[in-house]
Design a protein around this ligand. Structure first.
Ligand code: NAD
Ligand code: UDP
Ligand code: UDP
Length: 312
């Protein structure tokens, strides 16, 4: 039985990951400071004797004995990561150092939840792993983008300097059940607004694009990457390459919910990337992975979740 540490395990992606690892028979320790995560996301796992939750902030050292570490701790929504930007950078950088130190001592394999934000507002489209990115080092998104970039640097230096077994996964926009209703990211915002009959808030013209991956597909890719041979370190893009404008997303959600919501325009946040689409050739080739859930199907499942969550 493998003992696996999941940092950020009470968050959106982390809770799905814990569930999947337990289902295949792993022993799982979830570490979370509950900044954006919730106990309720993992409440259904608490009766499993192989599951354990620790309240802990990864910017402080952590001493546990584990075989694998999935490092997911970090707020992911712009609203939340900009709330306390210094803490966001600390979580990515000091958190990475602590988790890498832990991996070094225990000889554990370690996976980093990196992000498409590494590419910033990209001039290369779709984004391939060899693109270096275009990130504003001083802007409001920098705490997240640069923190994650520095974490990648640390992962590759621990790999070269200390022979650590590392896996760096660049996650593109992912959605699904257990996103918090106040998460602030676009899919949850639009669905909650539509279900409540409130206006849908389109930032800017709504012509900017994103490519959305359903959570189950994403977790498949994450576990496949962790279980891949040691020479596959990444960075590797995991996401769904089907690209939509935010206006198209809003119209889809209005249609699927049957809502009477109107569209209202709000200012485009500073440095908001204009376009984003993963090139997933590497994941296809190295991991035999590709996403299967179409946006309409994933949105329907997510809408059903929010309906019950909001008692509608
Ligand atoms: P989330 O906000 O739901 O989860 C993050 C979790 O980390 C929360 O449970 C939070 O309480 C915890 N956390 C934050 N700071 C911590 C700290 N210092 N110590 C311990 N726990 C801490 O977000 P998510 O969507 O589940 O994202 C998970 C990871 O995946 C993040 O690292 C994020 O950057 C990355 N990611 C997510 C997406 C996406 O679309 N969901 C895209 C790219 C990257
Ligand atoms: N660390 C940890 N848990 C461990 C081992 C290390 O949290 O089991 C932290 C420790 O605080 C240290 C950091 O990881 O500062 C980096 O560890 P490393 O061994 O790489 O370097 P050190 O700083 O100890 O020289
Ligand atoms: N967005 C929007 N309305 C909202 C929330 C977000 O139009 O209520 C836009 C946002 O400006 C961005 C896109 O949707 O262009 C995706 O935003 P999100 O915060 O989900 O993720 P990220 O920008 O980090 O990809």
């Amino acid at each position: 039985m493998k003992k696996i540490l999941v940092t950020g395990g009470a968050g959106f992606l982390g809770s799905h990951l814990c569930e999947r690892l337990l289902a295949r028979g792993d022993d799982v320790v979830c570490v979370d400071n509950f900044f954006t995560g919730q106990r309720k996301n993992v409440a259904h796992l608490m009766s499993n004797p192989y599951f354990e939750v620790m309240r802990h902030d990864i910017t402080f050292p952590l001493y546990v004995e584990v075989d694998e570490i999935y490092n997911l701790a970090c707020p992911a929504s712009p609203v939340h990561y900009q709330f306390d930007p210094v803490q966001t950078t600390k979580t990515s950088v000091i958190g990475a150092i602590n988790m890498l130190g832990l991996a070094r001592r225990t000889k554990a394999k370690i996976l980093q939840a990196s992000t498409s934000e590494i590419y910033g507002d990209p001039e290369v489209h779709p984004q391939t792993e060899d693109y270096w990115g275009r990130v504003n080092v001083q802007g409001p998104r920098a705490c997240y983008d640069e923190g994650k970039r520095c974490a990648e640097t640390l992962f590759f230096d621990y790999n070269r300097q200390h022979n650590l077994r590392i896996k760096v996964m660049r996650i593109f926009n992912t959605y699904g059940p257990r996103m918090h209703p106040n998460d602030g990211r676009v899919v949850s915002n639009f669905i909650v607004q539509a279900l409540r009959g409130e206006p849908i808030t389109l930032y800017g013209t709504g012509d900017q694009t994103r490519s959305f991956c359903y959570v189950d597909d994403l977790i498949d890719g994450m576990i496949k990457l962790m279980d891949s041979p040691d020479d596959i370190t990444g960075p590797i893009n995991i996401g769904n390459p089907v690209e939509f404008t935010m206006k198209e997303l809003a119209e889809k959600i209005i249609r699927l919910t049957g809502a009477g919501s109107e569209l209202v325009h709000k200012p485009l946040p500073q440095d908001d990337p204009r376009q984003r689409q993963p090139n997933i050739s590497l994941a296809r080739e190295k991991l035999g992975w590709q996403p299967n859930v179409k946006l309409d199907e994933g949105l329907e499942r997510t809408i059903a979740y929010f309906k019950s969550e909001l008692n509608l």
